[in-house]
Design a protein around this ligand. Structure first.
Ligand SMILES: Cc1cc2nc3c(=O)[nH]c(=O)nc-3n(C[C@H](O)[C@H](O)[C@H](O)COP(=O)(O)O)c2cc1C
Length: 370
């Protein structure tokens, strides 16, 4: 186990400092309810205009009930990172583990799914993340259908066609969205829940922060909302739930999990990260990606500043995530990571990460309710 100095030590992590549960009052000119007829939805979730915090307990929590998990936590699909080992470890520990299809060729993806099934304890669910902008997205969809993957999350794009194909088969489909409009659209298209991902997250990102995106989406839809982006400990879970979420999706924290097979250099880079260690590359291409600063991000910044041709910028990124994950190249590899890397201080088994996060959250909530 790697232990380093606690980066948050000076910031004060006492649970006694938490002061979450004061019910927020919706503004009388609430734009998210005024834009359409969803006022009834908001008040259904917020009786008497007092916002409530969903239960973390599996029997009362809609995400746990939907997914059949012990805890309302999803391990985010992470290209090159989220493989059978990681997904099965998270699912066996009581969360929902996800295999990332990314651009994996279908035959390799099938092997990964079969491996995950062999590693899963009986009755444990797992999921597949399909990046809709990937050239292999349609092939991944067919693999999900063939292997009856119980849960599919989708990222970066419009999942309408995927919902049409998967919902009649009984697959639980949970799109990742970065705006209220997308959340409303996927709800209408039949999504079972929605993952509201703020731009603190690692990997491909939108433009809104978790803090403003989550409450707006929670208010705009009836399906359960999972909050992603910046959640790395129990404080993040309580914050997400206070914003209206009923579950969390966590990526960066799970990179530093014992069962995660990324190169040790990658894990060390996450542990060494501080508050301003991430950069956003690819803004000019329209596909911003958050990763840890290194020579690669500096070169991206230089090319983007100089208005280099898109083809040159694209070429710079090619193969770089693999270089980080497989070869441990921390200088020229793409170390995709969220801002929450600054709050990751150790490498633990998935089970310990999850139980620690939820016992912290329970302790904070108990303090608030006392
Ligand atoms: C290395 C890495 C790769 C990622 N790849 C994907 C992906 O292939 N598909 C996707 O939907 N999201 C991807 N994400 C986003 C995660 O699924 C998750 O939503 C995000 O990491 C949550 O925020 P956090 O990093 O603050 O925990 C990736 C994130 C990371 C860190």
């Amino acid at each position: 186990m790697v232990q380093t100095q606690d980066k948050s030590a000076t910031q004060g992590t006492s649970t006694a400092q938490a002061s979450a549960e004061t019910p927020a009052r919706p503004s009388t000119q609430d734009k998210s309810t005024a834009q359409d007829s969803s006022t009834a939805q908001a008040s259904a979730k917020t009786p008497g205009h007092a916002w409530t915090i969903a239960s973390l307990k599996r029997e009362d929590n809609r995400i746990c009930r939907l997914l059949g998990t012990e805890y309302p936590i999803i391990q985010g699909g992470m290209a090159w990172v989220a493989n059978a080992e990681l997904a099965s470890a998270v699912s066996n520990a009581g969360g929902l583990g996800i295999i990332a299809a990314a651009a994996t060729p279908p035959d390799i993806l099938e092997q990964e799914i079969l491996k995950a099934k062999s590693l899963l304890k009986p009755g444990k669910p797992f999921g597949l993340n399909i990046m809709l902008m990937s050239p292999t997205a349609e092939a991944a969809l067919e693999v999900a259908v063939k292997h009856k993957v119980p849960v599919v999350t989708t990222g970066a794009g419009s999942p309408g066609k995927f919902l049409e194909r998967l919902k009649p088969l009984g697959t639980i489909v949970i799109p990742v969205v970065a705006s209220v409009t997308q959340a409303r659209r996927v709800e209408k298209q039949g999504a079972d829940a929605v993952i509201a991902e703020g731009m603190e997250a690692g990997g491909h990102i939108g433009e809104l922060t978790t803090m403003v995106l989550t409450p707006q989406i929670s208010q705009a839809v009836k399906i359960p909302v999972v909050c992603a982006g910046g959640v790395a400990d129990g404080r993040g879970i309580v914050a997400a739930f206070a914003l209206g979420a009923e579950g969390v999706q966590v990526g960066t924290r799970f990179i530093c999990c014992e069962e995660c097979t990324v190169h040790p250099n990658y894990k060390k880079a996450v542990i060494d990260a501080r508050d301003r260690s991430t950069a956003i590359t690819g803004q000019s291409l329209g596909h911003p990606v958050r990763c840890l600063r290194n020579k690669l991000t500096a070169e991206f910044e230089r090319l983007e500043h100089d208005n280099a041709p898109a083809s040159e910028i694209e070429a710079l990124g090619t193969g770089k995530l693999r270089a980080a994950v497989v070869d441990g190249d921390t200088e020229w590899g793409s170390l995709m990571s969220g801002q929450s890397a600054a709050m990751v201080n150790d490498i633990l088994p998935a089970r310990d990460i999850i139980t620690r996060m939820f016992s912290e959250a329970e302790a904070i909530l108990a303090g608030v309710r006392a």
